[in-house]
Design a protein around this ligand. Sequence first.
Ligand SMILES: [Zn+2]
Length: 307
Amino acid sequence: MDTQNLIFIDPHIHCISRITDDYEALRANGVVAVIEPAFWLGQPRTEAGSYKDYLSMLVGWERFRASQFGIKHYCTVGLNSKEANNEYLAEGVMELLPLFATKEGVVGIGEIGYDDQTPLEDKYYRLQLELAKELDLPVQIHTPHRDKKAGTGRSMDVCIEHGIDPSKVIVDHNNEETVKEVLDRGFWAAFSIYPSTKMGNERMVEIVKKYGSEHIMINSAADWGISDPLAVPKTAALMLERGISIEQVKDVTYNNALAAFGQSGQMKEEDWLQDTNIDQRERFNGNSVLRGGRDPRVEKLSNNIIR
Ligand SMILES: [Zn+2]
């Protein structure tokens, strides 16, 4: 793939579900930073304690693991919509969130919002918007896959109702039906590029041709399901091939994610431009990523990357 040596941010990827080959491939294809939103795991959690360990993993071990492959890892923390329907769990998680939301590398509250648009989802969505407002953090919204257009509109209505500035809200999983309203109302519009479903790469090219690159960003949303961690560089290559300008490609694959989540004060370009060493001799709580007497990779990554 020809990405013309651009560097990328993937602002939505669930790294804990991915293998080290993915990290190597991401870095080799120019992804320098990732944002991992807190989400459900497929298997429902039954206790807030498992949620606490999950959030600790996002700000701890996973951040370290990414660094071992030259990638800066950030996250957003929140109670996802699906698990908001378990009130016992939700109450416990709400107590934990303020502790995690102020940790290093946390760039927002997310991904939060609606799944089935139940009263409990609505309750915890609103409580978390208040938390974001109190801490002055960006919000990353997961829009429902069923009844998407109405659910997306409602997600934004509730933000406005709570006095949240649209410029601090990233509305995720958009499609052709939702993008216009999101942009018209001044929110950030993010697109998840899933292989062969929902938003394919070709459709994304058409959206940028039609709506431009302002306030738009793309992500892989790669997780434990069928997904492609290289969706951002691959879509960038396709956009360039289809004649979209390099400036616009940079906007949707790098600049806009940095501008939106950088409002947290926790994510700066210097993080990856100045400190690009890989040292696999390092350990986290005594653990390393090395196995079977493998030689650790110790190198300074070249900065001949064109931005
Ligand atoms: Zn997600």
